[in-house]
Design a protein around this ligand. Structure first.
Ligand SMILES: Cc1cc2nc3c(=O)[nH]c(=O)nc-3n(C[C@H](O)[C@H](O)[C@H](O)COP(=O)(O)OP(=O)(O)OC[C@H]3O[C@@H](n4cnc5c(N)ncnc54)[C@H](O)[C@@H]3O)c2cc1C
Length: 491
């Protein structure tokens, strides 16, 4: 397992495609391009997967809710991608039992759900194909009141008619799944540069893309990278990347704020609970068990600010907690129990709205009056990023897949099982040149971030693994302290 980082060397190479953005969309693009024999370069201005992709609710959705709107196309896409993850990354993705109480109002009737779960079962008949048995997803079912109470002891049983149980995929350590995918892409020939920011897309005299200018944020050195295909997968920044070009469609990524909260409170159930206050029009929330704690989402609000550091304010957070408490009477969560907020931006239907778009937006800029060879993507789900990568590559007329995924060894980023064994991190640093900062190691190459106090105690020792002087060590520890312990200002 090796991840290299050579900004200078990459400037001397020619690439079939340059991908801007090293989130899940950029990384799965590099992976799928590699399977088509294409050589790619990923440019990531920070660390891999540190933005939106770090902040998801960690559910690989099978799309049960798309059945409700009879969006069978989207349902099939989600089921297919969930199977792909369970099949190829069983170490990181496992079945998640989900539960929804049924009070008999509207669609929430046992009879309707029984039919829906049966349809779900039939329409996803091949969901376990080539998936190892302990990752198989059973058929969902409707359970009675007693079983519902067993699953979810805090359940309000007044008027309860039963509950629906179904299964999805869960990636508790999504940051390591991203590193697995990056490793797989690298084994298929992708070069990936974190802390290199794309500063301009270069075009030739014919108006065709010919490369990307970038700056290595570590050294301050500027570089030119060459390719006649550039894919802008910069998530919430993707409009900014192309704003200088003509005819950027209005539909490309208008941001809205979304967040999940990890509470310092024991999980309510081993099932993810889909809950909603009884008042009509209330929002549905998922209260998921994550490593024994309550991980709840998702809050949505309009966002008109900059894409950097999105976060709900105190009032929005209080509103969110109030809605969770209304959905589960007796829950009584308090703002003091907020352990961490996972926030990001998602594309919305119109500026200033918090209604999410239903589909990804892919722009072939050459086809709408912009530079030929330039593509942009605004994705909506972690789950379907790989499939969207396939669609973009088809649009860019890449060949069909000819290479299978690399072997297990080349698609499993080493997980340090013994969290405080310094030698294991030394070994990791020797094999992964993209670990440039302490928080790369704490947040995105290990599980250390989960216990902030412990991570900080260990941080000084970890610093000895890097060639840093005392001042730099202090800076790195301070930066981690901010990210590990502090909640955003005003909360
Ligand atoms: C609160 C929340 C909950 C969610 N829950 C789920 C869920 O449970 N399941 C699910 O499937 N999906 C979920 N999603 C959606 C999913 O997380 C996103 O669709 C996905 O992570 C977007 O990935 P991305 O690669 O497009 O964006 P990002 O992860 O933001 O990556 C874009 C990258 O581009 C980089 N970049 C920007 N500008 C430049 C530049 N100039 N040069 C170089 N690099 C640049 C950024 O640094 C960033 O790393 C959730 C999202 C949120 C916010």
């Amino acid at each position: 397992m090796e991840i290299t980082r050579d900004p200078q060397g990459a400037a001397g190479s020619a690439y079939d495609a340059i991908i801007i953005g090293g989130g899940i969309y950029g990384i799965t693009l590099a992976l799928e391009a590699g399977r088509r024999g294409l050589k790619t370069l990923i440019l990531e201005k920070g660390d891999f997967g540190e933005q939106t992709s770090f902040n998801s609710l960690k559910i690989i959705h099978g799309g049960l809710r798309y059945l409700q709107s009879l969006d069978l196309h989207r349902f099939r896409e989600s089921v297919g991608e969930r199977t792909w993850f369970l099949r190829h990354f069983p170490k990181r993705v496992h079945p998640l039992p989900c539960f929804m109480p049924l009070y008999g109002n509207g669609m929430r009737k046992p009879s309707i759900f029984r039919a829906a779960l049966f349809a779900n079962h039939l329409l996803s008949f091949n969901r376990n194909a080539k998936v190892r048995p302990d990752r198989h997803l059973p058929m969902g079912k409707v359970v009675g009141v007693d079983k519902s109470r067993e699953i979810f002891p805090l359940l309000d049983t007044a008027g309860l008619k039963g509950g629906a149980v179904w299964y999805d995929g869960f990636m508790p350590d999504s940051q390591l799944l991203i590193m697995d995918l990056l490793l797989a892409a690298a084994s298929l020939g992708a070069d990936a540069l974190n802390y290199v920011q794309a500063t301009a897309i270069e075009t030739d005299s014919q108006g065709h893309v010919c490369g990307v200018s970038g700056v290595d944020r570590e050294s301050g050195t500027a570089y030119q990278y060459r390719s006649d295909c550039v894919i802008n997968a910069a998530g919430p920044w993707c409009r900014k990347i192309v704003e200088g070009f003509d005819a950027v469609p209005e539909s490309l990524f208008r941001p809205s704020l979304a967040w999940n909260v990890l509470f310092d409170r024991k999980a309510l159930s081993d099932h993810a609970l889909a809950v909603q206050a009884r008042e009509p029009g209330s929002r549905l929330f998922f209260i998921t068990p994550w490593k024994g704690k309550i991980f709840a989402g998702t809050g949505h609000e309009p966002w008109l600010g900059s894409p950097d550091r999105p976060c709900p304010d105190r009032e929005q957070l209080l509103g969110f907690i109030g809605s969770l408490n209304a959905a589960v009477p007796g829950l009584d969560l308090r703002i003091q129990e907020v352990g961490r907020i996972f926030a990001g931006l998602l594309p919305t239907t119109e500026a200033g709205s918090n209604i999410l778009t239903k589909r990804e937006v892919i722009v072939d800029h050459g086809a709408v009056g912009g530079p030929a060879g330039l593509f942009s993507v605004g994705g909506i789900k972690f789950t379907t990023a790989r499939l969207v990568a396939e669609k973009i590559l088809t649009l860019s007329r890449a060949a069909d897949v000819s290479r299978s995924l690399p072997g297990e060894e080349s698609r499993t980023y080493a997980q340090v099982e013994d969290g405080t064994n310094l030698e294991l991190y030394r070994d990791l640093l020797a094999r992964d040149q993209s670990i440039l900062h302490l928080d790369d190691l704490l947040f995105r190459r290990s599980l250390l971030w989960e216990d902030g106090e412990e991570a900080l105690q260990f941080a000084e020792k970890l610093c000895t693994l890097f060639a840093w002087n005392e001042e730099k060590q202090k800076q790195e520890i301070d930066r981690c302290r901010q990210r590990l312990l502090a909640l955003p200002d005003g909360i």
